[in-house]
Design a protein around this ligand. Structure first.
Ligand SMILES: CC(C)(COP(=O)(O)OP(=O)(O)OC[C@H]1O[C@@H](n2cnc3c(N)ncnc32)[C@H](O)[C@@H]1OP(=O)(O)O)[C@@H](O)C(=O)NCCC(=O)NCCS
Length: 206
């Protein structure tokens, strides 16, 4: 009963080309097909070294989904499934990735924006489109004053998305054991609510 109630409480967002709907455990296969089974996508994401087998991919997909759904209950934000709205991209409703927020890992940094898209969808401005929808949504929640994102220095595509949505590279951080894992420092980007709203980046794709 509670689980159904929870799904209904998570909003669905629409952009010009995409729908952001609640993620669920039923997305496990789509998550594997789109994200975990593609090393070009996983290369930049946590647990990339654990997806060498189909079983590992399924396990990691379920772990992602669980971690992405969990914050909705406690914090009122979380991560959405990104699906096709514009049929020029493919079949209506097809799962193509995820985007949304996980709780802050650095005190005072605000929620962390996270996203990944299936490779066939790269370079069409879709991550930018959904990230703006997510920022629009979260910044009308008055208690959220800033949002951050972290990425590898070499992840030029992700850094480009962060910059296009108005985030600024503030510092480099040792997060998610990145230094211990030999990945070095991660680039920390952030944006404050006031600056975002003042910049008029809202209402993209509505
Ligand atoms: C990062 C990711 C979500 C971007 O998705 P996307 O839908 O292709 O993003 P967009 O099309 O909105 O923007 C990508 C931008 O990066 C640019 N870009 C891509 N490759 C680039 C490169 N090698 N050098 C510089 N810019 C690059 C694109 O040109 C585009 O900018 P433009 O619109 O100004 O041309 C996608 O590549 C992905 O899923 N990567 C794997 C997972 C990942 O890295 N997630 C983020 C972890 S921090």
């Amino acid at each position: 009963m509670c689980k159904y109630l929870q799904v209904f409480m998570i909003p669905t967002l629409k952009t010009k080309r995409l729908i952001l709907r609640p993620l669920s455990r039923f997305d496990q296969d789509a998550m594997v097909d789109t994200i975990m089974s593609d090393m070009d996508v996983m290369y930049w994401l946590p647990y990339s070294d654990e997806v060498s087998t189909p079983e590992g991919q399924r396990e990691i997909a379920l772990g992602y989904i669980t971690d992405f759904i969990k914050p909705w209950d406690e914090f009122g934000f979380g991560v959405w499934a990104v699906c096709i709205r514009d049929t020029e991209l493919g079949t209506l409703g097809n799962f193509i990735g995820y985007c949304g927020f996980i709780p802050e890992q650095i005190e005072g940094a605000g929620p962390e924006l996270v996203y990944a898209m299936g490779k066939s969808m790269w370079g069409k401005g879709l991550a930018t489109e959904v990230s703006i929808a997510c920022l629009d949504w979260i910044f009308i929640r008055l208690e959220i004053f800033c949002v951050h994102a972290v990425t590898d220095k070499e992840n030029l595509s992700s850094r480009s998305v962060m910059e296009k949505i108005g985030m600024k590279h503030e510092k480099d951080v040792d997060l998610y054991d990145s230094v211990a894992k030999g990945e070095g420092l991660l680039q920390f980007y952030s944006i404050e609510r006031e600056a975002y709203l003042r910049k008029g980046e809202t209402e993209v794709g509505r």
